[in-house]
Design a protein around this ligand. Structure first.
Ligand SMILES: C[S@@+](CC[C@H](N)C(=O)[O-])C[C@H]1O[C@@H](n2cnc3c(N)ncnc32)[C@H](O)[C@@H]1O
Length: 338
């Protein structure tokens, strides 16, 4: 499945593999699936699912409309083998980092989608972070509840392993990532605890070191190692840089009328998405009393909702991991409106 995209028959001349929505997949339960389908309800042609995971969103998007094809991306080789199980010729999978969206797209956006217009990229979905599979498999090293190797790489392209970060980075580097990627109050104490406990052997050892570094009251609410694990994971995978680069490419490459949707799970991600979207939505920034625009700025996008969408209470009950999800969606305006 890896490698350059093949150019099969256009999807409208092929038979569908009978995809259905799959809400009970133990690999990963897709979050806000109905809202994602709704977000792309006006979009036919090529959609990039930049975070394929277990494929729940790709399946739902394909099941919702025949005149679509999906280029699915994930940096995780396990996601690649999941994609092999989907027998729908409208889906192509390519393994890679969505920061390389433009090159991963290859010629896929040049195909004619059969509606008399040249294809083009019509939509991009990002469902950020890790899949349940990552969290539930101790050997991937993401879980602070289980014993596993200090790995935390989403894929082999990750620039570091958790072992590099935990056992070789300076105390100040650890403080910096704990603060900027975890907004961790006890960054100094945790970094000092990690450095003095080296070598740290595995995820259980790391979770214990973090727990004993924070004051007792901070251990009572949520797991004390939650933010430290988030910080290390973000550093290992270069997640925030990938998001900035991937968003820039998606918003540049989508054609007018197309949509970009992002589901984020913590405030660091959401802030990047919100700011990036706001810069495309903002039109003229001249003072209102100026008779003629002098800034020359025009709105290129419109937002589909003033506030991000959140999962329903019923979804959170069914899938507690959806609790922190926020979905933002924007649509590219036609050039004459821009
Ligand atoms: C929350 S899961 C997506 C779940 C998916 N929407 C589904 O329905 O099963 C996030 C996925 O994105 C992948 N991922 C995260 N950052 C990535 C990046 N920069 N490039 C490619 N894939 C990435 C992870 O490997 C993981 O499989």
């Amino acid at each position: 499945m890896e490698g350059p995209l093949l150019r099969p028959l256009p999807f409208w001349r092929q038979r569908s593999g009978g995809l259905t929505m799959n809400q009970t997949d133990p690999y990963h339960i897709a979050v806000m699936t109905h809202e994602v389908v709704e977000a792309f309800s006006t979009v036919s042609g090529l959609i990039v699912d930049a975070t394929f995971g277990g494929g729940g969103h790709s399946r739902a998007l394909l099941a919702a409309a025949r005149d679509r094809r999906i280029l699915a991306i994930d940096r995780d080789p396990e996601a690649a083998s999941r994609a092999e199980g989907i027998e729908d010729p409208r889906l192509r999978f390519v393994r890679g980092n969505f920061a390389d969206l433009e090159s991963l797209l290859g010629g896929a956006a040049d195909d004619d989608d059969g509606d008399g217009r040249s294809g083009g990229l019509r939509g991009v979905l990002f469902d950020l972070g890790v899949s349940s599979r990552h969290l539930d498999e101790p050997e991937r090293g993401f879980s602070y509840h289980q014993t596993g190797p200090l790995d935390m790489r989403m894929g082999p392209d990750a620039p570091h392993t958790a072992d590099d970060v935990v056992n070789t980075w300076s105390e100040q580097q650890l403080v910096d990532i704990l603060r900027s990627y975890g907004e961790e109050r006890f960054a100094r104490r945790i970094a000092a605890g990690i450095v003095s406990a080296r070598p740290i052997e595995d995820t259980r050892h790391l979770a214990d070191v973090v727990a004993s570094a924070v004051p007792a009251p901070a251990r009572r609410k949520r797991h004390p190692a939650r933010k430290a694990f988030q910080s290390i994971r973000i550093a290992v995978n270069g997640e925030l840089d990938a998001l900035r680069i991937g968003l820039e490419a998606a918003t540049r490459l989508v054609r007018p009328g197309g949509r970009v949707a992002v589901i984020s799970y913590h405030s660091l991600e959401d802030r990047i998405v919100k700011r990036h979207f706001a810069s495309g939505i903002a039109g003229c920034t001249c003072p209102p009393d100026l008779p003629v625009c002098t800034c020359g700025r025009v709105a290129e996008w419109r937002s589909l909702a003033r506030k991000p969408l959140r999962p329903t209470d019923a979804e959170v009950t069914r899938n507690p991991r959806s609790r922190s999800a926020r979905l933002r969606v924007i649509e590219k305006l036609p050039p004459e409106a821009a």
